[in-house]
Design a protein around this ligand. Structure first.
Ligand code: NAD
Ligand code: TYD
Length: 356
């Protein structure tokens, strides 16, 4: 049994689907608070399996996390749950500290007590895989070398600062208690089931709706992009073979300016769903920049490549095309997200459970 947190979110959801698409049949319990970013529709294809379990719980809830770990007795925890959107962290940083810092602390603490009491060989085999971001390293100038595992932490947004805090706690649990952790710091992900607040789904869906494609500032900020399925594969490698106490940076060696990304999306859409006249690129609109907007992220993935044999299966071109086609072909998921219907099952289900 493995325990996944945040498995109803974008990357966690892809990870759970990939887990059950594999040949092994190890059970999985998904612990997710179902914030606005948690969407059980993503998991509808596997939710009836008898080796899949779901717990709607906040990772900061001490008693509930203790109960869940004791009940399911996981051999590993893969920790995705987080507040993840930089723009939201600027308007509501408190939620980021509560979940990313306090929540991760609680999860570590409950897991450590559980692990402490495990008999061998379960104790030696136990793993806590912490999923983090490259944003903890701050921002790069054009000619700076890419981030690697020894790059100093210089987080610039409340989001990246809260993730940096969680990384530090994870590190400390290894050094202080010998708690068996592995951390991954990945670059920007894209792919199916991403909530339409992040750049790529915003642009695809606004383009199709005839709305402006909002580019912050001058559009020259650079991100490294990795297809979500490749990130999930990297996490599985790190879970299986990552060295204890180590961090692995993960990336696609796909540095693109935001303008390049948006133009690539427009080009694919012009081909597969042409407008009546002109290109989707005509909808590009420059808007006010994000405060503290990091200029560039880049990853040197040498360590995970050489130690764990990581190799992305997608290029940016193949991954982006798949992603655009996914958004074109999954109207129901999109409509239910856009109308907020995806939350209704949760509201009804838990109202019934409370006897309301
Ligand atoms: P997401 O916002 O799509 O999903 C987060 C999930 O966590 C949601 O299902 C949400 O309901 C759940 N959650 C939030 N607070 C919770 C709480 N207190 N208790 C339990 N569950 C809670 O995020 P994502 O994009 O899937 O990112 C997942 C992880 O990967 C995060 O830790 C993020 O920092 C990291 N990461 C993301 C990216 C990216 O590009 N999206 C890149 C690198 C690393
Ligand atoms: P985002 O998807 O929010 O990821 P992150 O901030 O974690 O990198 O943004 C990716 C880049 O796109 C970032 O430089 C901000 C920019 N951006 C826009 O230009 N317009 C938008 O509407 C959004 C959401 C992001």
């Amino acid at each position: 049994m493995i325990l996944v947190t945040g498995g109803a979110g974008f990357i966690g959801g892809n990870f759970v689907l990939q887990w059950f698409a594999g040949e092994h049949n190890e059970p999985l319990v998904n612990v997710d608070k179902l914030t606005y970013a948690g969407n059980l529709d993503t998991l509808s294809s596997i939710s009836e399996r008898d080796d899949y379990f779901f717990e709607k719980v906040d990772i900061a809830d001490e008693a509930e996390i203790k109960r869940i770990i004791a009940q399911y007795q996981p051999r590993a925890i893969v920790h995705f749950a987080a507040e993840s959107h930089v723009d939201r962290s600027i308007t509501d940083p408190g939620a980021f500290v509560r979940t990313n810092v306090v929540g991760t602390f609680n999860l570590l603490e409950q897991a450590r007590h559980y692990w402490n009491d495990l008999p061998e060989p379960q104790k030696s085999e136990f793993r806590f895989l912490h999923v983090s971001t490259d944003e903890v390293y701050g921002t790069l100038e054009t000619n700076d070398p890419a981030f690697c595992e020894t790059t100093p932490y210089q987080p610039n947004s409340p989001y990246s600062a809260s993730k940096a805090g969680s990384d530090m706690l994870v590190r400390a649990y290894y050094h202080t208690y010998g708690f068996p952790v592995v951390t991954t710091n990945c670059s920007n992900n894209y792919g199916p089931y991403q909530f339409p607040e992040k750049l790529i789904p915003v642009v695809i869906l606004n383009a199709l709706a005839g709305k402006p494609l909002p580019i912050y500032g001058n559009g020259q900020n650079i991100r490294d992009w990795l297809y979500v399925g490749d990130h999930c594969a990297a996490i599985r490698l790190a879970l299986a073979n990552g060295r204890l106490g180590e961090t692995y940076v993960v990336g696609g060696i796909n540095e693109k300016t935001n303008m390049e990304v948006v133009h690539s999306i427009c080009t694919i859409l012009d081909e597969v769903r042409p407008r009546d006249a002109g290109s989707y690129a005509e909808q590009i609109t420059f808007v006010k920049d994000r405060p503290g907007h990091d200029a560039r992220y880049a990853i040197n993935p040498e360590k995970i490549q050489t130690e764990l044999g990581f190799k992305p299966a997608h290029t940016f071109e193949t991954g982006l095309r798949e992603t655009v086609l996914w958004y074109l072909n999954n109207n129901e998921w999109i409509t239910r997200v856009q109308t907020g219907e995806y939350t209704q099952w949760v509201d009804q289900h838990y109202a019934q459970a409370r006897g309301v």
